[in-house]
Every structure is written in structure tokens, then in C-alpha cells.
Design a protein around this ligand. Structure first.
Ligand code: PLP
Length: 388
């Protein structure tokens, strides 16, 4: 018998039926501390009362009309997003990959309108941008691409966080129109771009007339201590995408653009049936309001620093540690051996974590996590690593 669910995921043998804040409850009634928050999605934790109420109220009012009409809540959300990001305008999609597709289409259309032959986008080693054909091509991980050839043309790859290598690509390639990178690579193992690197990227893009596109699908929405991670470097991209934490689990993705990039798309160039519907927008608005009112980005910065420091102390005696790094509540503990088994071991201790690129323990806890809950995560995960 074929499983009625397509076999696209390696899943743990546990299923959850209820959540509350940073806690998840499985089908047997066991309780787990969620240090992953649905892959960085549930920043306000599970079943946040305000989010739940917003969904119920809006579903009782109006759920979908299509983009053939004015959508007041979409307007209101766009105004909030441009205020926070300092971009000029927003396209509404439903996922991170779709948000990035929009950024890629804007860049290509801009290049073609300016008669650039074979417009291409520079992307980084180790990046992750999604699973659609264009975004998996942009992704710097062969495992994501293998078997799906022919890939999409028009991408050039550069090492991450290496400005000299990037400069060379700029000198040796004609047709470049944009650079697409993550300020912090999430799937790639919590690799953090230096502020200086981002500033120099910005300068080169300015000199060359290229769009600087930042994929903040994972690093956005307060997680790193600023609403968007590029704000740490004090730069402004031309295009920013985000999705995961934007509506706490209600599907939404946005592509925001500034200056020339903001006016490239015209009616007929792009669209989405579901994108920017009243329900998704109402939820995102209530999430933004909560993040801002409760100063959750500041909380992420402060707690993240403390967690990093505690991990460094508790793991100082381990010979398994390569590096411990992070920004806000986007944390990575890189080991010098593959450590995928830690996911199962942590689950047995009642903590949900992730291991990415085989060797990096990735923590993306909800931003509302308490000091005590953070301590429990630090204790348990450190003990497990020290026991390896
Ligand atoms: C998760 C992720 C994506 C893809 O988002 P989907 O919603 O799964 O399409 C793209 N970019 C980054 C940086 C991500 O972390």
C-alpha cells in the first residue's frame, strides 16, 4: 500500500494535537518544549490568544475576495510593512519561495526592460531560497537540486560572506542585474553575514546598478533582535522577502521593494489568487502589533545573547564543538561530527530541536519563551552534546 501522503519528508515518530505558548502536546498527552517553533514560524508561540481571536473574528467577517478588488486589510498591512522595512511597496504571496519568485521576476523584468542580455542573479554557496524551480536553482545546496535538471538559467554562484570573491564575479560577468542572499543563512547552518560584508555588497550594487535582494524569510519578523536582520548592518536593500514568522503559522509571504525596484511590476506581470487575502493580512497585522507592543525583537536580542553565553560556558569542556553562533533567537551550535541523532535524543527529553547541514544544532524558539524555558533548553541540549 502506498502511503496516502507523498513521501517527501523524513518525519519523527511523534504527532502533536495541541499547543500553548512554547509547549506542544502529542497524541499521548506528553508535553514538549518547542525550541524550533515550526521552523521559525510560530514566533508568538502556539495558540496565541490574540492570533486565535483575530482568525476567528476575521473568518466570521470575510475570508477571501481575490485581488480583483480593493482589500483594505492588505492596504493596512502593506503600510505597516513599508513603515518597518523602509521599502516602498509590497507584493503579497503565500510562501517564502513565492516571495523569492517575485523578487527574481522583478529583477529579470528590470534587466530586460533595460536591454540587459541574459540577465542573471548572483546567489551564495550554502543558501536556501525555496523549492520551486527558480528558487531551488538559486539555492546553494546540490541535494535540493539533484534530479530536477534542467535547472533555471540566469544564476551565478559566489562564496558566502567573501566580498573579494564577489567583487571578482562583478568584474567577470556581464548581465548581472541583482544579488540575492540571506543576511543569516538558516538552512545553511546559521551562517551570519558580517555587517561590513553587507555594507560593501550595498556599495558594489550601488556602483553597478544591481538590486540587492535580502531573503529574510527565516531571519525576519523580530527573530534576530531587529525586525529584519539587515537592520543590524544599517543598510537598505532594494528588495526584501519574508514569510515564516510574519503571521505565526497562517500562510503568507511578501516581497517588498524600494526605489526603481518598487515600480517594475505592472498589471499583468505577476499575481496570486490567494496572496494578500483578508484573513492572512488580519493575522499578520495582529502579529506585527504584538511583536512591536511587547518589544519581542528586543527580548529576542537579550535572551539570545544570554543563551549564546550559557551554551559557550556549558559546552566549553566538549571536544565536539566547532563553533557556537547566532543573532537573537536564531542560534546554531556547530559540532565537528554529524549529530542528526540529537534530534531524537532531545525529543525523548521533551525538547524539539533541529539539526541542519548534518552538524549544526539549530534553535529557533518562539520569541515569547520564558527565561525558565530557555534554561531548560540550554541544560538539556548541553547535557546531550556533552554526552556525545
Ligand atoms: C524556509 C525558507 C524559504 C522557503 O520558504 P517556503 O515558505 O518553504 O517556501 C526561503 N528562504 C529562506 C531563507 C527560508 O528559510
Amino acid at each position: 500500500m502506498v502511503d496516502p501522503i507523498m513521501n517527501t519528508y523524513g518525519r519523527l515518530q511523534v504527532g502533536f494535537v495541541k499547543g500553548e505558548g512554547a509547549w506542544l502536546y502529542d497524541t499521548e498527552g506528553n508535553r514538549y518544549l518547542d525550541a524550533l517553533a515550526g521552523l521559525g514560524v510560530c514566533a508568538l508561540g502556539h495558540a496565541h490568544p490574540k492570533v486565535t481571536k483575530t482568525i476567528a473574528d476575521q473568518a466570521g467577517q470575510l475570508m477571501h475576495t481575490s485581488n480583483l478588488y480593493q482589500i483594505p486589510l492588505q492596504q493596512e498591512l502593506a503600510e505597516n510593512l513599508v513603515r518597518i522595512s523602509k521599502m516602498d511597496s509590497v507584493f503579497f504571496a503565500n510562501t517564502g519561495a513565492e516571495a523569492n519568485e517575485c523578487a527574481i521576476k522583478i529583477s529579470r523584468l528590470h534587466g530586460n526592460k533595460n536591454s540587459v542580455a541574459n540577465p542573471s542573479i548572483v546567489v551564495a554557496d550554502g543558501s536556501f531560497h525555496g523549492r520551486t524551480l527558480a528558487t531551488l536553482t538559486a539555492t546553494g545546496n546540490r541535494k535540493v537540486q539533484a534530479g530536477f535538471e534542467p535547472l533555471v538559467n540566469g544564476f551565478v554562484r559566489a562564496p558566502f560572506n567573501d566580498i573579494d570573491a564577489f567583487r571578482k564575479i562583478g568584474e567577470n560577468n556581464t548581465g548581472v542585474i541583482a544579488v540575492l542572499i540571506e543576511a543569516i543563512q538558516g538552512e545553511g547552518g546559521i551562517q551570519i553575514a558580517d555587517d561590513q560584508y553587507l555594507k560593501e555588497l550595498r556599495d558594489i550594487c550601488d556602483q553597478k546598478g544591481w538590486f540587492l535582494i535580502l531573503d529574510e524569510v527565516q531571519s525576519g519578523n523580530g527573530r534576530t533582535g531587529e525586525y529584519f536582520a539587515y537592520q543590524h548592518a544599517g543598510i537598505l536593500p532594494d528588495i526584501v522577502t519574508t514569510a515564516k514568522g510574519l503571521a505565526n503559522g497562517f500562510p503568507i509571504g511578501v516581497c517588498m521593494a524600494r526605489g526603481d525596484a518598487a515600480t517594475v511590476l505592472q498589471p499583468g506581470n505577476h499575481g496570486s489568487t490567494f496572496g494578500g487575502g483578508p484573513l492572512a493580512c488580519a493575522v499578520a497585522l495582529s502579529v506585527i502589533e504584538t511583536i512591536e507592543k511587547e518589544k519581542l525583537a528586543q527580548r529576542a536580542a537579550q535572551l539570545g545573547d544570554r543563551m549564546l553565553e550559557s551554551f559557550r560556558q556549558k559546552l566549553s569542556g566538549s571536544n565536539r564543538i566547532q563553533d557556537i553562533r547566532g543573532k537573537g533567537l536564531m542560534l546554531g551550535i556547530e559540532l565537528n561530527i554529524p549529530c542528526a541523532e540529537l534530534v531524537q535524543q532531545a525529543k525523548e527529553k521533551g525538547i524539539l530541536i533541529n539539526v541542519t547541514v548534518d552538524k549544526v544544532v539549530r534553535l529557533l524558539p518562539p520569541l515569547i519563551i520564558s527565561d525558565e524555558q530557555a534554561d531548560e533548553i540550554i541544560e538539556t541540549i548541553s547535557d546531550l552534546i556533552n554526552a556525545l
